[in-house]
Design a protein around this ligand. Structure first.
Ligand code: PGA
Length: 256
């Protein structure tokens, strides 16, 4: 079963950039010619969101890279969903492997963050993905389904959720999953959603791939029927390359 959702490409800038480099990247993105039938979102570091919001074309939406689990208050160093809404930030990336494995966020914490963000009308890019040793031990599906279950335990409305499959061994390593490896997991996650959430959610949700996607490998990946777009790290810091990845929707259309 292939997905029926609009192609979606997100740029995760991570902890990169300065006021000057952000301004240059925004200028490049504003100048790029983008295919119309793609949802495009970029995720700057919190402190640059306002700068990006006020200078970036409305064609591209803006995401945060994290959010607090509930209503704001005495939580030093955190940013609340209410504050994201206040500055017009419509999306948040949750469950990214760097937050799971470096910061130590667990499945339940991430699921609750997703539910709270959605309750405040902040849309969620929900990330899942296995470590290399988990893949080598044949546990890829187990890990991804467990992470999906934690989201499903908290999320009731999936209309504003995009799932990002990002094998940890492919993130920032230059070692992209093959189109077949990605397709296999995307199809399995869609099937999991069909059984455990609903057939409607399974067919309409976007399942995007992340992990060393670049301007050269995006077209082959985009052709796979269950790959509905990309979450891009390193290559999203270069405007022309990110535009090429967005426009890889054209190879999907040819393949269809
Ligand atoms: P990468 O990062 O494209 O640099 O591998 C992807 C991600 O972490 O979202």
């Amino acid at each position: 079963m292939a997905g029926s959702g609009k192609f979606f490409v997100g740029g995760n800038w991570k902890c990169n950039g300065t006021k000057d480099s952000v301004s240059k990247l925004v200028t490049e993105l504003n100048a790029a010619t983008l295919e119309p039938d793609v949802d495009v979102v970029v995720a700057p570091p919190f402190i640059y969101i306002d700068q990006v919001k006020s200078s970036l074309t409305d064609r591209i939406e803006v995401s945060a890279q994290n959010v607090w689990i509930g209503k704001g208050g005495a939580y030093t160093g955190e940013i609340s969903a209410e504050q994201l809404v206040d500055i017009g930030c419509q999306w948040v990336i949750l469950g990214h492997s760097e937050r799971r494995h470096i910061i130590g966020e667990d499945d339940e914490f991430i699921g609750k963050k997703a539910a709270y963000a959605l309750s405040q009308n902040v849309k969620v890019i929900a990330c899942i993905g296995e470590l290399l040793e988990e893949r080598e031990a044949g546990k890829t599906f187990d890990v991804c389904f467990k992470q999906m279950k934690a989201f499903a335990d908290s999320i009731t409305n999936w209309a504003d959720v995009v799932v990002a499959y990002e094998p940890v061994w492919a993130i920032g390593t230059g070692k992209v999953a093959t189109p077949e490896q990605a397709q296999e997991v995307h199809a399995a996650v869609r099937d999991w959603l069909k059984t455990n959430v609903s057939p409607d959610v399974a067919s309409s949700i976007r399942i995007i791939y992340g992990g060393s996607v670049n301007a050269a490998n995006c077209a082959e990946l985009a052709k796979k029927e269950d790959i509905d777009g990309f979450l891009v790290g390193g290559a999203s810091l270069k405007g022309p390359d990110f535009a090429t990845i967005i426009n890889s929707v054209t190879s999907k259309k040819v393949a269809a």
